[in-house]
Design a protein around this ligand. Structure first.
Ligand code: NAD
Ligand code: UGA
Length: 435
């Protein structure tokens, strides 16, 4: 099949490389000229494990190409995937659809033949109808069909998630479009993956519902962690114990500083806004949003507590800036409000992250960035872990201890074993543990 993917970000680029790998002819389009130039040379715009090799291999094999020119890309294509951003609109928190609709208008003008248009971006219910209206309004003698095919990949493990998803959702009432999408998700390459055919609206809605549910699960365990600290208990044991119940499941029960990233915060907000538009109130989701917002500042206060109630003039060494491990993505990272709050309280913040420091510099200007996880701790009054990079788990804690001024380790990701940390001479603060 010949596929065009519009938007070469975290989702578009991964989808493009994976669809090429599974034997399709893929053209990735982006309106960012510098990004396309670099991608043509095999230089990745993001850090995503395994992506550079996959892109380079498929570029070399001639199955994958990059262009800014949508007219050229869409010629003779069977399907065009829209994978542009749907960020929250600053004024009201609704998903900003201007990028999706701009692509729809371009496709309406530039398509050369019958085309299945696939919304892979996370979009509010009814977006498929509007994209279809835009395509039809151009009055072209072309058969367009709009499908919702939401993406469930996680950053950091995106290729595996894309190639071996828990399910593929195809939201369409049109037999022709369903057939094209089913052929793209070739049974050989995606063998054994359940394919769920739904209406377009159900597909659009279930993507938001999935993210809201996962955000709720994390928020729930974060509150249980607070309770463990208050009454005694270990949230890791509680999470394990409840997770063994197959109705609950063990995944996404790691307590931490609150969920972040480019998706859960914006998608919980967007689904709650959509619901209110339809006079439905999603009280659980609205509460999750509030609890998660509150938690990030509370995490900064935990660092203040660990520092005897005062961080003014103290140097805090931060390990980890990205919103999760194995990505350079800083969008809505919990590290941002935590660091800003510490600075508000008068702390001097120094930070190290294996991949996210370039992106962090654009957001957190007044932080001293250090290129080594031990050097960041030199003379520090406390070390704070904000991202669960495995490289941090493997640190030599004695060596880290030898660098600090005060041996205080605040682990907001629960990555260390208390015994090992205290043996190294640190006072240890973590999440959801009190014996
Ligand atoms: P992104 O910001 O990384 O990438 C979007 C890309 O689209 C950018 O490179 C931008 O230059 C390009 N673009 C914007 N307008 C364009 C146009 N008119 N023509 C060509 N290119 C254009 O976004 P992302 O993180 O990949 O997310 C894309 C969508 O997928 C969002 O709706 C998001 O919610 C959803 N999603 C994201 C993830 C994730 O892990 N990031 C996972 C599942 C779903
Ligand atoms: C999330 C979903 O997991 C994907 O299925 C979805 O496709 C994607 O959003 C999206 O729609 O864009 P992602 O944001 O890449 O993926 O990363 P997650 O692994 O879900 O982590 C999100 C946040 O939750 C991170 O801040 C992470 O640290 C936090 N988290 C996750 C926890 O605090 N505890 C957990 O147990 C799991």
């Amino acid at each position: 099949m010949k596929i065009v993917i519009i938007g070469s970000g975290y989702v578009g680029l991964v989808a493009g490389a994976c669809f090429a790998e599974t034997g399709n002819e893929v053209v990735c389009v982006d309106n960012n000229e510098a990004k396309i130039e670099r991608l043509r040379k095999g230089i990745m715009p993001i850090y995503e494990p395994g992506l550079d090799v996959l892109v380079k291999t498929n570029l070399a094999a001639g199955r994958l190409s990059f262009t800014q020119d949508l007219s050229e890309a869409v010629r003779d294509a069977d399907a065009a995937f829209i994978a542009v951003g749907t960020p929250p609109r600053a004024t009201d928190g609704h998903a900003d659809m201007k990028y999706v609709y701009a692509v729809a208008r371009s496709l309406a003008e530039k398509a050369t033949g019958d085309l299945v248009v696939v919304n892979k971006s996370t979009v509010p219910v009814g977006t498929g109808d509007e994209v279809e209206r835009i395509l039809r309004a151009a009055g072209r003698d072309i058969r367009f069909s709009v499908v919702s095919n939401p993406e469930f990949l996680r950053e950091g493990v995106a290729i595996n998630d894309f190639m071996r998803p828990d399910r593929i959702v195809i939201g369409s009432e049109d037999e022709w479009a369903r057939e094209i999408i089913s052929r793209i998700y070739d049974a050989g390459a995606f063998e054994g993956v359940p394919i769920l055919q739904t209406s377009r609206r159900s597909a659009e809605l279930l993507k938001y519902a999935a993210n809201a549910f996962l955000a709720m699960k994390i928020t729930f365990i974060n509150e249980i962690a607070d309770l463990c600290e208050a009454v005694g208990g270990d949230v890791r044991d509680v999470a394990h114990g409840i997770g063994l119940d197959s109705r609950i499941g063990e995944k996404f029960l790691n307590a931490g500083p609150g969920y972040g990233g480019s998706c859960f915060p914006k998608d919980t907000l967007a689904i709650s806004k959509t619901a209110r538009d339809y006079r439905v109130q999603l009280r659980t989701v609205e509460t999750v949003i509030q609890v998660n917002e509150h938690r990030k500042r509370a995490m900064a206060l935990r660092v203040v507590d660990a520092c005897n109630g005062n961080v003014r003039g103290k140097t805090i060494a931060v390990l980890g800036l990205a919103f999760k491990a194995d990505t350079d993505d800083m969008r809505d990272s919990p590290a941002i409000p935590v660091i800003q709050a510490l600075q508000d309280f008068g702390a001097i913040v120094r930070a190290y992250d294996p991949e996210a420091m370039d992106n962090a510099r654009a957001i957190l200007g007044n932080v001293e960035y250090v290129n080594d996880p031990y050097d960041v701790a030199n003379g520090a009054d406390a070390v704070v872990v904000l991202t669960e990079w495995s490289a941090f788990r493997d640190l030599n804690l004695q060596k880290l201890r030898s660098r600090v001024r005060l041996p205080l380790l605040v682990d907001l990701r629960n990555i260390y074993d208390e015994e090992a940390v205290t043996e190294a001479g640190f006072e240890y603060w973590c999440i959801g543990r009190k014996n």
